[in-house]
Design a protein around this ligand. Structure first.
Ligand SMILES: Nc1ncnc2c1ncn2[C@@H]1O[C@H](COP(=O)(O)OP(=O)(O)O)[C@@H](O)[C@H]1O
Ligand SMILES: [Mg+2]
Length: 282
């Protein structure tokens, strides 16, 4: 089973420490959440794990191999997949062609070295053409396959982005606010899909403001505030953690009514653009 280990990761932008000594671990078959208020450093952590930005310090190890010196595309090839907070799809290309782009990422790798797409239940010997169709099917995109992605609503476009990421056969998948723009029903379906993917062996690190989704699908949570992990543990422990509530609410939690997932959810809603938040985040 795959594992991603991030150790003591720090990122400095000029004088600003955006990520300060973050350590976390994601094992295959598990969904781990990385949550925290706007500007806490979640996207920056993802960027450093993927090699989009060079961290000031820290190590990223995938399946026991230190990948810290690899380029972004090399990390994608060895199995670190991701989706983006600001949806990254090729709008003018069709749904099918977007998923095909994922195949390009792993080009140049022998079939033997590429991880088998166990989560697709297609077997290691599946042809690339069939694999794309299987991904479309699993994501319920088959009927939309010939449409340009730019013509689709956000919920479906986010699934296309996920399809592209899956076609690259990730071992560990980092999802940056994948449920933003999804309605309630789409969010529930999306959660079920993540559980299925993890059930088939994929490791998932989920950044998400929809706390009810996070609480439902994640086995383990790490909470970031001002670039540091202020709490880590199972969702039940996290939702009553005083430091976590204080980070979301901006003040120590004293009111019993505020304690619990609902309070975090409400606070996350505020931090997510409905209130003052921390600003400046992307
Ligand atoms: N390219 C950048 N240059 C300078 N500061 C940045 C850059 N990207 C992010 N930041 C800052 O780093 C902090 C963490 O941002 P980010 O990782 O986007 O937070 P989150 O994803 O948790 O909302 C914020 O203060 C943000 O303004
Ligand atoms: Mg972000």
């Amino acid at each position: 089973m795959s594992s991603l280990e991030v150790t003591d990761l720090s990122v400095r932008f000029g004088g600003h420490l955006a990520v300060g000594g973050v350590s976390l671990r994601v094992d295959g078959g598990r969904i781990c959440g990385l949550i925290g208020p706007n500007g806490a450093g979640k996207t920056t952590t993802f960027n450093a794990i993927c090699g989009v930005i060079t961290p000031t310090s820290g190590r990223v190890v995938l399946d026991g191999r230190d990948v810290s010196k690899l380029s972004t595309h090399q990390r994608a090839r060895v199995g670190i997949g991701r989706t983006f907070q600001r949806l990254e799809v090729f709008s003018s290309l069709t749904v099918r062609d977007n998923v095909r782009v994922g195949l390009e990422i792993r080009k140049g790798w022998s079939r033997r070295r590429a991880p088998a797409p166990a989560f697709l239940a297609g077997g290691a010997d599946i042809s690339p053409v069939d694999e794309v169709e299987l991904i479309l099917q699993r994501l319920q995109l088959t009927e939309l396959a010939d449409l340009p992605v730019g013509s689709l609503p956000t919920g479906q476009a986010r699934l296309v982005e996920l399809g592209l990421a899956l076609a690259a056969r990730p071992r560990v998948l980092l999802l940056d606010e994948p449920a933003s723009g999804l309605d309630e029903r789409e969010t529930v379906d999306f959660g079920n899909l993540l559980v299925d993917l993890a059930g088939a062996g994929l490791g998932i690190l989920l950044v998400e403001h929809d706390i009810s989704l996070v609480m439902r699908v994640c086995e383990h949570l790490s909470v970031l505030d001002f670039g540091q992990v202020i709490a880590a543990g199972d969702p039940v422990a996290i939702r009553s953690n005083e430091a976590v509530l204080a980070a979301y609410l901006g003040a120590p939690a004293g009111d019993d009514e505020l304690v619990g997932a609902a309070a975090i959810a409400e606070a996350a809603g505020h931090a997510n653009g409905h209130g003052p938040g921390r600003g400046g985040a992307s």
